[in-house]
Design a binder for this molecule. Structure first.
Ligand SMILES: [Fe+2]
Ligand SMILES: [Fe+2]
Length: 180
């Protein structure tokens, strides 16, 4: 957290959301490297561990990030008087649904990979990943260029400490529910 974020809690929330976007981009790169590695050398221990790690990220933190936005960022924007902001936000909400649908097409192959099961077609997996990545990257650009700047203005002075607390609590509850 930088100095400005420490003195302004709403900046801390947005810094966290921005950082998550960078993490998502890194995980998409990891996923590309994983598909390359599986194509080149099949399923060894390292590839299986990498599949487990990427699977956990998109099943866990990426979905939590969408919830952060749906609970704390999008509602204020959907109430905006600015039609362009409302329309962009409706688009973003719809994207979350498409991203979930795309992820559901990718996850079973990665689950198989974690178990050393190579029943899936890596060409199809790569194609699904390209669709998922293109949508995610466009989505992030729209959030960072329109939604987050508008939300920063609208949420200034509101209870962003409460937002951050709910985000942390939801993750703690989720982790407590995970099997050992
Ligand atoms: Fe989003
Ligand atoms: Fe986002």
């Amino acid at each position: 957290m930088n100095a400005a974020a420490r003195t302004n809690p709403s900046l801390a929330v947005f810094e966290f959301l921005d950082n998550t976007h960078r993490e998502i981009q890194q995980q998409l790169q990891q996923l590309h490297r994983l598909v390359d590695a599986i194509e080149n050398s099949g399923l060894n221990q390292a590839n299986r561990a990498q599949a487990r790690s990427v699977l956990a990220y998109f099943n866990g933190e990426a979905r939590q990030h969408h919830l952060d936005e749906e609970k704390h960022i999008f509602p204020a924007l959907l109430n905006s008087q600015n039609a362009q902001i409302v329309q962009a936000t409706e688009h973003l909400v719809q994207d979350h649904g498409w991203l979930e649908e795309n992820w559901i097409q990718i996850a079973p192959s990665l689950e198989a990979a974690t178990n050393g099961n190579l029943w899936f077609d890596t060409v199809e997996l790569r194609h699904a990943l390209e669709v998922f990545e293109a949508l995610y990257l466009d989505h992030i650009v729209l959030e960072e260029s329109i939604a987050y700047p508008a939300a920063k203005q609208r949420l200034a002075g509101l209870d962003t400490v409460g937002m951050g607390r709910e985000m942390a609590k939801r993750r703690a509850l989720k982790n407590a529910q995970l099997p050992d």
